[in-house]
Design a protein around this ligand. Structure first.
Ligand code: CAA
Length: 393
């Protein structure tokens, strides 16, 4: 099934976005990947997305195009469109692309020229798989409460502790890892590091199985030795760097949720038009029309908040102003994921028994959407961020 592109006529987008959406929609519809094994499938998607140049939107072009990015800057609208279009087709394809961006985002924002040259081109081509290691067992929503420590040692750093819920865990080639460098300074005592997957003292073998399979693991650091060159960004500046990275990618999570909701709506419409009951089609019932109407409005409300957040950030970057879009990105992420859950649930209900049959698209979407309301900041965290911003304005 191919997504519609009428919404791209909205003034949030430029021609580059419209062309991107069209080309990507034409490409995705031809892609069939066996997703029985999520880890294998994820590798396959990274390889295909890299070979076709889609991962080039996860990093900027860099000096003289050296980083391999498609555009001069990380473009939030391009990321939203990529995720929306991929998620419409395959949520694992979307995941594979998203993690290349989230996992390398802090290197784009704060890496040294050497770090950027060493990692970004490989992320853009798919030669290296990226991951973002922030969460811990007792520090999920309260990211500042992490206890993984990085102690300065001769010529570098020694990491000890554990990270969990790490997407691409056990699959990634490197982990952008956040650790405490000053245990008494709270969020002001956290530093980011680039940890290569083959670093001695890093164990990523504890895979986590979830209801919508995707590569996930717990990482354990036991006297994991890093060179001084592994430090990413300012000493004790890691928390802000993590938040700045999330500011970019939370709007793209909204894009993914939007793609899933659009797919559920399309599936519901198709089903309603063909399903016969009581001498007419399902679509002929006013109850169905009301549901479809509600679903369409939920999708459009999510779309407008998502595109606004992405446009605001891009516009700030274009004008050379560093505009904080934390609250707008939070509104987009919260609304798009919550609305998508409702839309998918309604689409499933319209399918009746078929909706819960394994192999039906709405059945997998019903499982796929759930984690998006939790990861990259749960809905309750987004509410907190928005509430604080409103009270401070
Ligand atoms: N940009 C820049 N700076 C920021 C910022 C932002 N967006 N947000 C906060 N900061 C700064 C604050 O200004 C403050 O700075 P000062 O020390 O100079 O005052 C500092 O960071 C601390 O901010 P807060 O006091 O607001 O921090 P907090 O401890 O109250 O926490 C929070 C804030 C919003 C709850 C934060 O902890 C948070 O976002 N939690 C959710 C974590 C999250 O999203 N995890 C996702 C993991 S990744 C993932 O899920 C990926 C995956 O698997 C797919």
């Amino acid at each position: 099934m191919k997504p519609t592109t009428a919404h791209l006529a909205l003034p949030f987008f430029d021609e580059v976005h419209r062309a991107l959406a069209q080309r990507l929609a034409d490409w995705t519809v031809l892609q069939q990947v066996d997703e029985t094994d999520d880890r294998q499938a994820c590798k396959e998607w990274v390889q295909r997305l890299g070979a076709q140049g889609w991962l080039r939107y996860c990093v900027p072009a860099g000096p003289d195009g050296a980083w391999g990015g498609a555009l001069d800057r990380l473009d939030s609208r391009a990321l939203v469109i990529l995720r929306e279009t991929l998620a419409f087709h395959s949520t694992l394809a979307d995941f594979a692309l998203a993690m290349q961006g989230l996992g390398s985002g802090a290197i784009t924002l704060a890496g040294t020229p050497e770090q950027q040259a060493a990692y970004l081109p490989q992320v853009a081509s798919g030669a290296k798989i990226a991951a973002f290691a922030l969460s811990e067992a007792d520090a999920g929503s309260d990211a500042g409460a992490m206890t993984t420590s990085a102690m300065a040692s001769a010529g570098g750093w020694t990491l000890n502790g554990s990270k969990t819920w790490i997407s691409n865990g056990g699959l990634a080639d490197f982990y952008v890892t956040f650790a405490k460098t000053d245990g008494a300074a709270g969020t002001r005592g956290i530093t980011a590091f680039i940890v290569d997957a083959d670093s001695a003292g890093l164990d990523s073998s504890a895979h986590i199985a979830v209801m919508s399979p995707h590569p996930l693991a717990t990482l354990t650091f036991t006297d994991c030795q890093l060179d001084g060159s592994a430090q990413l960004g300012a000493l004790n500046g890691g928390f802000k760097l993590a938040m700045q990275t999330l500011d970019i990618f939370r709007a793209s999570v909204a894009g993914a949720a939007l793609g899933m909701a659009r797919r559920a709506l399309a599936e519901a419409v198709q089903h309603a038009k063909t399903r016969k009951m009581f001498g007419q089609t399902l679509a002929d019932f006013q109850l169905t029309q009301a549901k479809i109407g509600e679903m369409a409005a939920l999708v459009d409300a999510a779309a407008l908040l998502t595109y606004r957040a992405a446009w605001l950030r891009d516009e700030g970057e274009r004008l050379g102003r560093s505009v904080r879009v934390t609250a707008e990105a939070a509104m987009a992420k919260m609304t798009a994921t919550e609305n998508a859950q409702r839309v998918i649930d309604m689409a499933l209900q319209l399918h009746g028994g078929l909706g819960v049959k394994v192999g039906t698209k709405v059945e997998s979407l019903y499982r796929d959407i759930r984690a998006l309301r939790i990861y990259e900041g749960a809905t309750e965290i987004q509410q907190l961020i928005i509430g604080k911003a409103v009270l401070q304005s």
